[in-house]
Design a protein around this ligand. Structure first.
Ligand code: ADP
Ligand code: MG
Length: 355
């Protein structure tokens, strides 16, 4: 398998307690499914109702895989012959706003405007130039300047039902929001009466996005692990959550190295180079999947102070866990009793709400 596809799984799920609580129920053990979609490894943990039919669980997992593959076919800027890649290449004059594309465009524009462009889906020309997933190389300064001149909302015109370009060399990229939007489609399906006949709950882990559906039969919260940026197999701490979405953006997720320097995949739309904000990772917790994903990218670019200022502005309803490059962890006030630091190599910031 291509190493780019083998990116570390960012968030780990701690379900030992769940397994114990269900061990007495024949045929009701949670079942895990793994597949590859949206350029990442997807883990799907389905928690059946007592007596649920195993074959039906397999069908639900297959349907989930289908939903993700369809979402990728709509939104990817990397795959050939998707609506976004045809629009980017200039083969299609307009990008039609389907419900899914409409949602990622709306969330992207809104977060971009409210974060001063820290999150910016119009950075496609820059993302393409850096080709971080393809291993670089580091572009020349003049190429970065040229790519930057084809970014920004002004290179496009957005209407209620389509997007057009005003700059033919501009490109859209939904890499920072698409997986969260797709995770939300899965939660809608997993919470539907059709899947709910079989399932009590489900946990989806999709390349740094965790989505929670239904609930655990014993009523306890789901435990979502936040990865240690320095240790692919380790955690920094855990979040105890009933529902919603956790999206994590980090400098360890996708990167290449050149002359001993690491170049990661989250780019500063003003500098044109991988964002250096003093954060190793930013986790956003929200009740909307696309918003959580876009916010995690924005928080990473904003850095600790900017991220906390956005939190305090009240513009969005979210919580965050920020990991700094000097080993501090800040959890926002709403995570009191929810976030627990479990890794002795890190310290909680004084203003933090975790335990
Ligand atoms: P991941 O894709 O690993 O889950 P993110 O959600 O942070 O991580 O998204 C990073 C992706 O978003 C990049 O691979 C690229 O496609 C795109 N991107 C890079 N920089 C930005 C940015 N400043 N704003 C919006 N999207 C970005
Ligand atoms: Mg994101």
């Amino acid at each position: 398998m291509n190493m780019n596809f083998c990116r570390g799984i960012t968030v780990f799920l701690l379900c030992a307690a769940l397994l114990l609580s269900l061990s007495g129920c024949a045929g009701a053990e949670p079942k895990e499914y793994y597949f590859f979609a949206m350029d990442t490894v997807v883990t799907l943990r389905l928690i059946p109702k007592p007596g649920a039919d195993q074959a039906r669980m397999d069908e639900i997992a297959a349907r989930c895989e289908g939903i993700l593959i369809e979402a990728e076919r709509e939104m990817s800027a990397k795959d050939d012959d998707t609506p976004v890649s045809r629009f980017n290449a200039g083969e299609d004059a307009a990008l039609v706003l389907t419900p899914l594309i409409g949602e990622v465009v709306a969330v992207s524009l809104d977060v971009s405007r409210k974060t001063g462009g820290a999150f910016d889906c119009t950075l496609g020309a820059l993302v393409e130039l850096w080709n971080v997933s393809g291993g670089g190389p580091v572009p020349a300064q003049e190429d970065i300047r040229e790519a930057l001149s084809h970014t920004g909302e002004g290179c496009f015109s957005f209407s209620a039902d389509e997007v057009k370009k005003t700059d033919p060399d501009a490109r859209l990229d939904f890499g920072g929001v698409g997986k969260g939007a797709a995770a939300a489609l899965l939660v809608d399906y997993l919470n539907s009466p059709e899947a709910g006949e079989t399932l009590a709950g489900a946990v989806v882990s999709l390349g740094g996005n965790v989505a929670l559906a239904g609930s655990k039969p014993d009523g306890s919260p789901y435990m979502v692990g936040v990865r240690d940026p320095d240790d692919p197999g380790g955690l920094i701490g855990t979040l105890a959550l009933e529902s919603g979405f956790v999206a994590v953006s980090g400098d360890y997720e996708r990167y290449f190295e050149e002359n001993g320097v690491r170049y990661h995949h989250i780019l500063g739309g003003k500098t044109g180079v991988p964002a250096k904000s003093g954060l190793r990772s930013a986790a956003a917790v929200a009740s909307d999947g696309a918003l959580a994903d876009a916010l995690s990218t924005a928080l990473f670019v904003l850095g600790e102070d900017g991220a906390l200022a956005l939190y305090e502005s009240g513009l969005y309803d979210f919580e965050a866990v920020l990991v700094t490059d000097d080993g501090r962890v800040t959890a926002t006030p709403g995570l009191g009793g929810v976030f627990r630091l479990t890794n002795g190599n890190y310290v909680l910031s004084e203003t933090s709400s975790g335990s």
